[in-house]
Design a protein around this ligand. Structure first.
Ligand SMILES: C[S@@+](CC[C@H](N)C(=O)[O-])C[C@H]1O[C@@H](n2cnc3c(N)ncnc32)[C@H](O)[C@@H]1O
Length: 275
């Protein structure tokens, strides 16, 4: 039988492999890292940074900028996996803990995190913002990158039948993971509950259609997003999110990556200062 230590090791190795194979916008592109670099140079005078999550590309940037870095992440396996993907070596203070409850004994000039709010439930967002404000020095900034819907809703609504029709007409389009994600996010706008995209719900619709022979095995394979049923993601419109930001933060700047069309419509980078 596998020892506990061995099974943990294979878990983080698997996570590391998955992350290495992921492509932007699921992980930071060079352009996103360049945006972070410019924001930090412009707004952050001192060198103490707190990273929410363990994203290796951001850690490499903070190392390059010679910042003193604290990592706050709840998952030891994820931290190990992401650490194995870092290209730069530097000393980091690693804290295993929940963003919503962990007390840190220091305050930071910069708090930064990729898709952190997408990992919360709607009810947790206010608490999260309060916590992050507590992590920051008075003149500090929070770089908050998030997947949000930045396009008007009525133009992007799409049904699963629309998706199937599109897959039949343009199978090459859905061979791209990003294109599939793009349309599935649009689909969820109509069907989500609690503002959470529930990939399991979508998988179930396609499994049902396959069983009823409404779609072929080949079509099912093309439409399958290959995410486990339990993957969920908080997904708000830009307006909804900015309403939640407002009591806690001033928006100093707002950016998106220009390289991929998904980023313009589905991602934002907010530079926030405590109110
Ligand atoms: C911040 S995101 C960054 C990665 C990626 N961009 C994404 O969208 O998932 C994922 C990381 O957040 C961590 N995480 C999720 N919820 C957390 C929480 N409440 N407290 C601390 N870490 C959390 C996970 O362990 C994981 O390493």
């Amino acid at each position: 039988m596998k020892s506990w230590a061995k099974s943990k090791k294979s878990e983080w190795k698997k996570l590391a492999k998955t992350w290495a194979a992921l492509k932007p916008p699921w992980k930071p592109s060079n352009e996103r890292i360049k945006i972070y670099h410019e924001i930090i140079k412009k707004h952050v005078k001192r060198k103490e940074a707190l990273l929410l999550g363990a994203t290796p590309e951001i850690r490499d940037l903070l190392a390059k900028l010679k910042m003193k870095v604290t990592i706050l992440d709840i998952s030891p396996s994820m931290i190990r996996a992401m650490t194995s993907l870092k290209k730069k070596k530097n000393e980091e203070n690693i804290v295993i803990g929940n963003w919503l409850t962990t007390k840190l004994d220091k305050k930071y000039n910069l708090v930064i995190g990729d898709s952190v709010v997408n990992n919360l439930s709607l009810k947790q967002v206010n608490r999260f913002f309060q916590q992050v404000k507590g992590f920051l020095k008075d003149d500090g900034i929070f770089i908050c990158q998030i997947a949000v819907i930045a396009k008007p809703l009525e133009k992007i609504s799409i049904s699963t039948d629309d998706i199937i029709e599109k897959a039949r007409k343009r199978p090459a389009y859905y061979k791209s993971y990003v294109n599939r994600a793009y349309d599935y996010c649009q689909w969820s706008v109509l069907h989500r509950r609690n503002k959470i995209i529930n990939w399991g719900e979508l998988n179930e619709i396609y499994r049902h259609k396959l069983k009823n022979k409404e779609i072929s095995k080949k079509e099912f394979k093309l439409l399958d997003f290959n995410l486990p049923d339990d993957v969920r993601m908080l997904f708000l419109t830009k307006q909804e999110f900015e309403k939640m930001i407002n009591p806690f933060w001033n928006i100093i700047e707002e950016k998106y990556e220009k390289e991929h069309k998904v980023s313009k419509d589905f991602y934002r980078i907010y530079i926030l200062k405590p109110r």
